[in-house]
Design a protein around this ligand. Structure first.
Ligand SMILES: Cc1ncc(COP(=O)(O)O)c(C=O)c1O
Length: 439
């Protein structure tokens, strides 16, 4: 694929979009320089742009398309539901069946409540924790991404704190964030159990919850240690703060997510992405006593929760089929595939003596490049952009996140590993040659 190409349909649409869409779009995470690519269609493991270029999709809409694109069974379930109505102010059986499936798979879910995005789920879980504990504050890990709720995005994209100089402080992500928000978020350093415990203890009586993504930082790039996770659970048990596991991404780790795999016992879990079969979704699940804050009975719930599109039947029908297809064996196969990609990429790094790291967990593999020839944008505060190599992979048929995260779908198999790795290897060589000619 020729990219960038000013004559391409994507370049032309992007130019037109500047007049009516901020920054040419609605989603900062799909924006790449010099212009965003526009899709015509997507099927299985491939996405095709408006000019007919076909890319193997390792982004999978930031991990939500666990079966790849337009899986016939998911499409059939969605169409069948659309034909019977796409939204009404009634309950749907699909909602109940998806709830039963998810609560049946995870011991920590007595009850669940659906909404429309992972961000909304995090917001609702924080509100539930405040309502349940009557405490104002939450704690979160520095640079951990949890979506766009004010409290959840404190200290995102910051320079990691030099702990020899002091503790992390709450920093605004958006201009205009009220001081009150910053005051109510306690920021702890990742994988530093002793320092984090001391900080948490200082706020113990005010903390409603500790929010943690159990797959770690940077989309599975950095894994939380057992010691760190145990410390967080111990702190919550000692202080009465709730443990919230944000499994919006990490629920793809297995039938009960990372919590099932690592034996965690969160009071509340936030979900999204894969459970909607590719349609907009979020959910909060947890123990019956905490989830009771959403229950109105005959009066008013502690946390009232309406929402025009909550548990919309199309998402529920598609999500149900998508989750039914994710059997224990299929989760295991997908995780083996992730491991195969990590192994292949690590071998490429070794053979090419690349300065960087291959990381990731479960069905996710990530690459970090320290060489300027391969990545012209340095990692900043755990926000990764590897423009050089990302662009090479696009030009040669692969679509990953701009930070070189690869997310496997069930449409892929081990036969996809070698061609990917060969392209990666050619890319590293080509970019180095280009850099040495330019020097
Ligand atoms: C851990 C985590 N939490 C929450 C979110 C927000 O989800 P959504 O984009 O559906 O709002 C994301 C999105 O990537 C995420 O990675």
């Amino acid at each position: 694929m020729l990219y960038p190409n000013p004559a391409s349909k994507s370049a032309q649409l992007f130019e037109r979009a500047q007049h009516v869409l901020t920054d040419g779009g609605s989603r900062s995470t799909i924006r790449i320089a010099p212009y965003s690519i526009y899709a015509k269609s997507a099927q299985g493991k491939y996405v095709t742009d408006l000019d007919g270029n076909r890319l193997m999709d390792f982004n999978n809409n930031y991990s939500s398309m666990i079966h790849g694109h337009a899986h016939p069974r998911v499409v059939a379930a969605a169409i069948e539901q659309v034909q019977r109505g796409s939204g009404y102010a009634f309950g749907s059986e699909a909602e109940l069946r998806l709830a039963e499936l998810l609560c049946g798979r995870c011991d920590n879910f007595d009850k669940i409540r659906f909404m429309n995005s992972g961000s909304e789920a995090v917001m609702k879980a924080i509100k539930a924790a405040r309502a349940h504990t009557s405490r104002p504050k939450i704690a979160k890990v520095e640079n951990a991404y949890h979506g766009c709720y004010d409290y959840a995005e404190v200290s995102l994209g910051v320079e990691p704190t030099d702990l020899s100089k002091g503790d992390p402080v709450s920093k605004a992500y958006c201009h205009g964030t009220p001081q009150g928000v910053l005051d109510d978020v306690v920021v702890i350093p990742f994988n530093e159990p002793k320092i984090a415990r001391r900080i948490l203890d200082e706020h113990a009586r005010e903390l409603a919850a500790v929010l943690i993504d159990p797959i770690g930082l940077g989309m599975a790039r950095f894994r939380p240690t057992d010691e760190f996770l145990a410390m967080l659970e111990d702190f919550c048990a000692d202080s009465g703060a709730l443990f919230i596991a944000d499994e919006v991404v990490s629920f793809r780790a297995g039938p009960a997510g990372v919590q099932g795999d690592r034996g965690l016992k969160p009071h509340l879990t936030t979900l999204g992405k894969i459970i909607g079969g590719g349609f907009p979704v979020g959910a909060v699940a947890g123990s019956a006593d905490v989830m009771a804050v959403f229950e109105a009975g005959d009066g008013k719930a502690k946390v009232p929760h309406g929402g025009t599109y909550n548990a919309n039947p199309v998402t529920m029908a598609a999500g149900l089929v998508a989750m039914q297809m994710m059997t224990d064996d299929e989760f295991a196969r997908l995780n083996r595939l992730g491991a195969a990609f990590r192994k292949g990429c690590a071998e490429v790094f070794r053979l090419t003596d690349t300065d960087g790291a291959v990381q990731g967990q479960y069905s996710v593999f990530t690459m970090t490049f320290a060489e300027p020839a391969l990545s012209d944008t340095a990692a900043r505060g755990h926000v990764y952009r590897s423009r050089g190599i990302h662009q090479y992979m696009v030009q040669n048929g692969y679509w990953m996140t701009p930070g070189m995260v690869g997310i496997c779908s069930t449409a892929m198999d081990e036969a996809d590993v070698a061609p990917f790795c060969e392209t990666l290897m050619r890319g590293i060589t080509a970019l180095r040659e280009k850099a040495s000619h330019a020097a």
